[in-house]
Write a protein that binds this ligand. Structure first.
Ligand code: MN
Length: 199
């Protein structure tokens, strides 16, 4: 039997569900081409490793582990990204409940959190992500900025909320206006999904 590989998870909503913030055309391209490429990339590495082990061949493991962390980071972060958004009109706004409390306690207010998270997103150099994670050591949420899909990642921090600011995430709809994309994106945050990731 073949070993298990990664799967491209379908979106949890229709391709047009995020309009007008994210167009159907952009979402199709982003999910079906970009996200899929990371799934395929990670699987290609697993298959290369399987083959080399079977044949007893040595590989350049420095290069391969680096490449794997890039592709796995890409597939993991995209899954989180799709899940932490919801149809425009049914998502966004200020979080209440446990996640609302966690954010207010750490940042002082939701508006302060929103400002800081947006600054993280807008200041990514080149390609990357803004994330809100949860640190089990301090039991506090923490902002992080991930470069590419795998640089500056805290290995044991649980990712609660992510925003993709690679150009492929917004260029088709927003051209070079990343700040406008980030501002509009807040209308898509699915706070129920984010709250479920709290420990
Ligand atoms: Mn992306």
């Amino acid at each position: 039997m073949a070993e298990k590989l990664y799967q491209l998870q379908p979106l949890p909503y229709d391709y047009n569900a995020l309009e007008p913030v994210i167009s159907e055309g952009l979402l199709r391209l982003h999910h079906d081409k970009h996200h899929a490429a990371y799934v395929n990339g990670a699987n290609a590495i697993l298959q290369k490793l399987d083959k080399a082990r079977k044949e007893g061949v040595d590989l350049d493991l420095k290069a391969i582990t680096k490449e794997f962390s890039f592709h796995f980071g890409g597939l993991f972060l995209h899954e989180r990204f799709w899940q932490n958004m919801g149809p425009a009109g049914k998502a966004g706004g200020e979080p209440s409940g446990k996640i609302g409390d966690v954010i207010s306690k750490e940042f002082g207010s939701f508006s302060r959190f929103k400002k800081e998270f947006s600054m993280v997103a807008n200041s990514v150099e080149g390609s990357g992500w803004a994330t809100l994670s949860y640190c089990g050591h301090t039991e506090r949420p923490v902002l992080t900025q991930i470069e590419k899909h795998n640089v500056n990642v805290g290995p044991q921090q649980r990712v609660l909320l992510v925003l993709d600011v690679w150009e492929h995430a917004y260029y088709l709809d927003y051209k070079n206006d990343r700040a406008k994309f980030v501002e509009n994106w807040w209308n898509l945050v699915n706070w129920d999904a984010v709250e479920k990731r709290l420990p």
